[in-house]
Design a protein around this ligand. Structure first.
Ligand code: SF4
Length: 333
């Protein structure tokens, strides 16, 4: 729900400020599922607001669940659709949210990119993806505790709306999720990343690397031709020096493309001895592209070389492949 518009409406109609607080609480904290449940308001006010302000800006079209992962297809007010994913871990629950319908970046391994770009999401459409999950989790007495901007779209190409969304996600009278529990994933839009630290030096940042060689990275991520690796790593050093937080580099292992010992050695050249640079290795998830996941043998050799070179890394578990909810698989068919 767009609370700025709601606030203006309440003001124009001389409805006292505390009503806005009650609605915010019911929406973000209690995760109530509609105006009818906000019984702190009079019936006539509820009926009036119901017509003018839909409780959620997203509407469930389809929900798929496979073990600990759920994926929802959500319809927006203009009938376009986007997707969001929920991942349950032992100690936390993560919502992976979208910032666009489709994506203009067109990464070779990503199903979203193959859809083309339809439009940016508004801040309320971004935040309401989390509220949607909180409404589902309410029955179990649980809530989303972590948020990753890793769904459809590049967050730094919709930065103004993403910033507004983060403020609500983080605010104590919004969703109240700490900034250290929020992660932005980017293909490396260097000028925009520079704006992140002045906005927040607590939010986690994950940059898609996928190849340590400029020309091969451009094949994977076409916009990488504008944001050169040299600049990206200069900026990354500045980022870790200021924040003293780990900076994550995402690396989908692709057979005969980026899985050799030579690639590992080139990553070492980029990382140098910076202990705060961290490589997140993910298996390539199947999409319609011709790219193949690496073999076990090649992966083992690559990992061995990373260890030898003293590169900090984590091998990430693949979740949600069965329901096409894994990284790079989100697409509205
Ligand atoms: S990986 Fe991210 S930036 Fe690249 S096409 Fe997919 S959604 Fe867009």
């Amino acid at each position: 729900m767009n609370f700025i518009k709601l606030q203006n409406y309440l003001k124009q109609n001389n409805i006292p400020d505390f009503r806005l607080k009650q609605i915010r609480y019911a929406h973000y904290q209690e995760a109530l599922s509609g105006w009818d449940q906000v019984t702190t308001l009079s019936l006539s006010l509820r009926e009036d607001l119901k017509i003018k302000f839909p409780w959620l800006s997203v509407d469930e079209e389809k929900l798929l669940t496979d073990k600990d992962v759920s994926k929802a297809l959500l319809k927006l007010s203009d009938d376009l659709k986007t997707e969001t994913v929920l991942m349950r871990y032992k100690s936390w629950i993560t919502a992976c949210i979208s910032v666009m319908v489709g994506c203009p970046v067109g990464c070779l391994f990503c199903a979203t990119g193959s859809m083309g770009f339809k439009r940016n999401l508004k801040s309320e459409e971004i935040v309401d993806q989390i509220t949607y999950w909180n409404q589902k989790l309410k029955k179990e007495g649980k809530r989303v505790s972590r948020v990753v901007f890793m769904g459809m779209g590049e967050p730094f190409l919709n930065w103004e709306e993403v910033k507004k969304a983060i403020e609500i996600i983080n605010s104590p009278d919004g969703l109240g999720i700490g900034q250290r529990n929020i992660t932005i994933s980017t293909v490396g839009i260097t000028p925009k990343i520079r704006e992140l630290v002045p906005f927040s030096d607590q939010i986690n940042l994950a940059i898609s690397l996928h190849s340590p060689f400029q020309n091969e990275r451009e094949r994977m991520i076409p916009v990488a031709s504008k944001y050169l690796l040299g600049d990206l790593f200069r900026m990354s050093r500045g980022y870790v020096n200021r924040t003293r937080h780990k900076l994550f580099f995402e690396y989908a292992l692709i057979k005969d493309f980026n899985d050799s010992e030579k690639d590992a050695r080139e990553i070492k050249k980029l990382f140098g001895n910076e202990k705060l640079f961290h490589l997140n290795i993910i298996d390539l998830n199947p999409t319609n592209s011709n790219l193949q996941p690496t073999t076990k043998q090649r992966k083992d050799r690559f990992i061995k070389e990373l260890k030898k070179l003293n590169i900090q890394f984590t091998i990430r578990r693949n979740l949600g492949e069965e329901i096409k909810a894994a990284c790079g698989q989100l697409v509205v068919e």
